[in-house]
Design a protein around this ligand. Sequence first.
Ligand code: CA
Length: 639
Amino acid sequence: MNILSILLAVLPVLSGPDGRLQVRLDNGGGQLRYSIAYDGKNLVEPSLLGLQTNEADYTRLEFLSADTQEVRDTYTLDRIKASRIDHPAVNAVLHCKNADGRPLDIEWHLTANDAAFRYRIPRDTETGSIRVLRETSAFRFPEGTTGFLTPQSHAMIGWKRSKPSYEEFYSLDAPLDQRSQYGHGFTFPCLFRVGGDGWVLVSETGVDSRYCASHLSDYDPQEGYSIAFPMPEENNGNGTVEPAFALPGATPWRTLTVGSGLAPIVETTIAFDVVEPRYETTRGYRYGKSSWSWIVWQDASMNKADQIAYIDLAAAMDWPYILIDAGWDKEFGHAGMEELVRYARSKGVDVFLWYSSSGWWNDIVQSPVDIMCDPLARKPEMRWMERIGVKGIKVDFFGGDKQETIRLYEAILSDADDHGLMCIFHGATLPRGWERMYPNYVGSEAVLASENMVFGQNHCDLESQNAALHPFLRNTVGCMEFGGVFLNKRLNRANGAPGPGGRIFGTQRRTTDAAELAVAVLYQNPIQNFALTPNNLTDAPAEAIAFLREVPTTWDETRLIDGYPGRNIVLARRHGATWYVAAINASGQPLQLDVHAIEQRLGGTARVYSTGKDGLQAGPAAKKPLSLPKDDGAVLVIR
Ligand code: CA
């Protein structure tokens, strides 16, 4: 090594725009590692960088030089937790070479509380395309760190062999040296508590047809977690697990959000900051609330009388949409659907239609099938939908995380936009920056959603815990199609009326009505398919119905007031000049909610939705703080 290369090899420390976040690089042992500190506290220990392609091995990298630039993330987006993003950031490109002298750049994007990186591979030879065999990017945490993690499922298990679909339980605050439930690691996002020093949220963004979706491996005592690719068995074994792209090209972004507290975790926009729209749209998309018969009335509701009841429910609530779920094609046919859509539109209600993604990756029987997977069938179907005035589709039961499946999502989105159709995905992967990348993308399930509360009592028992968890995890990195807000006490059509033999059927809701109203604010998705049923118009508290008429589904700003993942949360979202502050308690300790302190902090006077001795009540704040027991919640509407 000559003097010049020694000078060049001085490793930079990258600082975020306010200097509190620092990324340190180290080149010991012929490998490049990064570590992250916030306010001087080490939150990420030296962790490997690198990847291996079929053309070159970039797992042993030497740092050469860095180009660093101050920039601003400035954009508007109408579908996420905030409508206008404008903050300083730092871009740094680290020029590196591998052991054979082949160049590779690592691009970093730093905001006050986020560090994101990706690999950029140049076209430095004749070779114009590569396959990525593995990525060694790792995430190591200090001794004593605990995780809030959900496992990656086996492939080809579950309902009609439709997993993995990001529908697994979370372990909370668990030690890291544990094998995941299925031995395939953990799906994004992954939250880590570094003792009393701070928090780290790890995820990825910018995944499109040019890569697969990744997850974290199981924990390795030496290297921590590393990026793991899809399993060969996904998509019924069809399609590669080695993503391929043309050169020059780049991997998706690996994102780390850090803070001494949890507010940066809940408020981060890094999933959207580093991506760009993949196509422009000429359409205008309108968001809002929707009725949905399937969630409580289930398959039996796929008939004309019940669908009309739910169209009328949407109209009575001044909601713009109805979601018509699986089986509509068999019940009504396309001609019958035209008639139903005409009826809905005459009531001022627009229609979303359900489709299976279909194809050769599972055993799904819910119909329509074999349309969304096939461009030759998909395009005329979408032309038909546009002609009759359908406004969106819900596509269900995808095949996993392989590049082939990500390509299908992108193809459906792009074709749908040609026909002014919005897209909701269920039985699906996590969205990774798609809210900004695809103008007609609305939201994805990728969570154990409301349907499970209808299927099993344990999910009702966990409802408040999940509502106190997802805003810190699943919902902080992307829109979440949960389909919640139940006002039925029993989650079936009878709602507590005795069935055959005088028995009462159906799972039982544990939460108060006030807690259910809180869920409408805690869970963010620009179109909310609420679980309201037609009987709720007369059997639910009038204040609850009035609130669900009014509550927005789009937000200008989001702020965490208080909370701890899985225990409780107090979250503020602003729509225009009005703040909606939602609180829910999942712990045995009462949650104290000082309404006057929150009024002062946000500015304005609250109308408080809380639980009185006769059930839901609404009115001005009382003098004393509210004390919320387990499974209770509250909403403050502050004007
Ligand atoms: Ca599902």
